[in-house]
Design a protein around this ligand. Structure first.
Ligand SMILES: *Cc1c(COP(=O)(O)O)cnc(C)c1O
Length: 343
């Protein structure tokens, strides 16, 4: 059985959280003389610490309750808070499946947490045989699963995730930064079934708001309460909350952008496949392509010389570059540049 109290750090369980002016009086009209704000100006008031309007819209869209939602300053805040809630520095461990998103690793290092890296199979799926040995380790607190995975682009098999959710007694964080680009269902519909599940999503990719820094975690009410206790009181600025609210209000625009990106991805895949320097394009459930080329370092540098910036992933997957899908015009510039690079 999963017991939340058993895996939360003791100091967090006994924490007396900061009580902000907006915690003590949450009404919206009146003469506000309680937070030492400047009475003049446009952005002079503190933002809603619990982002209620934004959460209402998200709750409706995702078919969860407001209390199942945490909104953070990008997914990076979600990841960092998870470490601080569940992992005792210099003692606890987390597990990731490599190659994957770099922030799990960096956040582990910042929080003095040991990171166990299990290599994905040659199909970039989870190797349960390699993973099983670690599941009973009491110091292991969090398993990160990035699905669709960055930088490999593929969704992780549902049955493997189910197995881990059922057999691991710690927290499973599924990072769904790219979920809106694929047809697989989000795991946030499964919160009732798995008390140890945290689903992380973001406004940085499909919603087109990377500059606004809006990350979202979906989990049980008990887990969300812990996030709320540990977060900085006003962790998301009002302009950023409003940017997300306004994006959610134009759902058609969101769907159109995704359709356009998917269409461009297919087109770019076909055209890249014609090039001699392209060895392989991995199947992608995301808004980027992982492309194996003849010589990633040289081709990456040649592109940079032409002011086209891709991501060189040669260090993690030999001779691979990761290419984000751009506008039709940007993709055409990329293709023309690649045509002029020697094999
Ligand atoms: C881009 C990305 C994010 C987004 O992070 P933000 O801090 O929300 O911008 C999260 N996870 C993965 C795997 C990503 O690739």
């Amino acid at each position: 059985m999963f017991k939340l109290e058993r895996i939360v750090r003791k100091n967090i369980l006994s924490l007396q959280p900061y009580s902000s002016a907006r915690d003590e009086f949450s009404g919206t009209s009146g003469v506000f003389l309680d937070a030492n704000e400047n009475p003049f100006g446009k952005l002079n008031r503190y933002p809603d610490p619990y982002q209620k309007v934004l959460k209402q819209k998200l709750a409706k869209l995702k078919k969860v309750d407001n209390d199942n939602i945490f909104v953070g300053n990008g997914s990076d805040e979600v990841i960092d808070l998870a470490y601080r809630i569940f992992c005792e520095p210099n003692n606890d461990k987390v597990l990731t499946f490599s190659p994957t998103y770099g922030m799990y690793d960096v956040s582990a290092a910042i929080n003095a947490i040991e990171l166990i890296k299990i290599p994905l199979t040659d199909k970039f799926q989870i190797d349960l045989n390699l993973t099983n040995d670690y599941l009973s380790e009491s110091a292991l607190k969090i398993i990160f699963i990035c699905s669709p995975n960055n930088p490999t682009g593929n969704i992780i098999d549902k049955s493997d995730i189910e197995y881990l959710l059922n057999s691991f007694k710690g927290i499973v964080i599924i990072d769904e930064a790219y979920i809106d680009f694929c047809s697989s269902e989000s795991w946030c519909t499964m919160l009732d079934q798995y008390p140890n599940l945290i689903v992380s999503q973001t406004f940085s990719k499909a919603w087109g708001l990377a500059a606004a820094r809006v990350g979202v975690a979906y989990a049980s009410k008990e887990i969300i309460q812990l996030f709320n206790r540990v977060k900085p009181p006003y962790n998301m600025s009002e302009p950023n909350q409003n940017a997300a609210i306004s994006a959610l209000s134009d759902y058609n625009n969101f769907l159109e952008n995704i359709q356009a990106i998917k269409k461009e991805k297919e087109k770019l895949t076909l055209e890249l496949n014609q090039l001699d320097l392209v060895m392989k394009i991995y199947p992608s459930d995301a808004n980027f392509l992982l492309v194996e080329v003849t010589d990633a370092n040289r081709i990456y540098n040649d592109l940079v010389d032409q002011k086209i910036i891709t991501r060189n992933r040669n260090n993690v997957i030999r001779n691979c570059i990761r290419i984000s899908i751009g506008t039709p015009k940007e993709n055409e510039i990329l293709l023309n540049a690649l045509k002029n690079i020697n094999r």
